[in-house]
Ligand binder design. Structure first.
Ligand code: NAP
Length: 309
């Protein structure tokens, strides 16, 4: 059996507890040795409160998984790379493209693995959708990503602040699937960003894009959806309709279900991270971040009703 890779988890919040800790425990590749978080603790392993002190005291831990909000990612990733660790970053990889690209360069120079994860790309229907679409003529794409921010991001003040991404925090997941299944560059044409009167990030957004060959793409992101939640991508080709539902977990072609099964997004992420580390490679695709940046660059700002958690 291959040796397990020693790992530290940084930022013990919702996603670390919901996904990273159970996925690492269930997988065969990593050995969770330490947690680094100012308040959060993980039972049964060593806990550190200060990231710099952790880096100085535990150089032998090989890999570091950053589960903090994007605002602090650049600084942490930069320091972890400089200390020689292989680094996994939760999405979004950074607050700006400049930061993200700088990290990729630093990792390449240092010879460490950098993995900018997009968990939705590991949803069950995404790879088969990519395979099915290859070589088919895309006519149009519609993305509807509507969820209840109170349910999925309770008390996360950072998400409403500059660098927190607002509704693009989930919306970037749709863009990560889009850029995985559609070949070639995707270009943003215009955007409408709805900011609540009392918030500094958008609660809703509409983006008009096109594929490189000219097919129109319309994306609607909204955080005010109560009741059933919608995470759908529909691709119209010249002959058929492909639909990815439930955030990419379910794939339908002309209404017939093509893939189903248990969720393996984070299991897939850690398998890929181990493969990258053992091959001494990185995986840094910033296209979804570029689309969000472009939407902010050319987007029209609308003010909407104040929003209270
Ligand atoms: P969260 O619940 O707020 O947890 C993040 C943790 O990071 C906090 O508990 C905090 O722990 C630590 N932290 C370090 N510096 C921080 C700062 N300046 N501000 C706030 N927290 C800081 O957030 P999350 O939902 O786990 O999201 C973390 C990342 O995972 C985000 O990039 C998000 O997009 C991504 N993600 C989230 C979900 C989800 O469903 N929530 C799903 C997929 C991906 P200490 O106070 O103990 O340091």
């Amino acid at each position: 059996m291959t040796d397990r890779i020693s790992l530290a988890l940084v930022g013990i919040g919702k996603i670390a507890r919901d996904q990273h800790i159970p996925s690492v425990a269930a997988g065969a590749d990593f050995d969770l040795k330490a947690a680094v978080s100012r308040h959060g603790k993980v039972e049964g392993i060593e806990n550190h409160e200060d990231f710099d002190a952790f880096l100085a005291s535990r150089p032998a831990i090989r890999a570091v998984s950053l589960c903090t909000p994007p605002e602090v990612r650049f600084d942490m990733a930069r320091k972890a790379i400089a200390a020689g660790h292989d680094v996994l970053m939760e999405k979004p990889p950074a607050t700006t493209l400049g930061e993200a690209e700088a990290l990729a360069e630093l990792a390449a120079k240092a010879g460490v693995t950098l993995f900018a994860t997009w968990h939705s790309r590991f949803a069950l229907g995404v790879e088969p959708a990519k395979t099915w679409l290859a070589g088919r003529a895309i006519r149009s794409i519609s993305i509807v990503w509507k969820e209840d921010v109170r349910r999925w991001h309770p008390g996360q003040a950072w998400i409403w602040e500059p660098g927190g991404f607002g509704v693009f925090d989930p919306g970037i997941n749709a863009l990560s699937i889009l850029t995985a299944i559609v070949p070639g560059r995707i270009l943003v044409e215009n955007a409408r960003l709805s900011f609540p009167a009392n918030r500094r990030q958008p609660i809703a957004a509409e983006i008009a894009m096109r594929t490189f060959s000219g097919a129109p793409i319309v994306a609607e992101f909204d955080w005010r959806q109560e009741g059933p939640q919608t995470w759908d991508i529909t691709v119209q080709t010249d002959q058929s309709t492909l639909r990815l539902s439930s955030g990419g977990a379910e794939l339908f072609i002309d209404g017939i279900e093509k893939s189903a099964g248990p969720d393996r997004e984070y299991a897939g992420i850690y398998e890929r991270f181990a493969t990258l580390i053992r091959a001494r490679e990185s995986d840094v695709d910033f296209q979804p971040l570029r689309l969000v940046a472009d939407a902010f660059l050319c987007g029209e700002r609308l003010e909407v009703e104040a929003f209270e958690d």
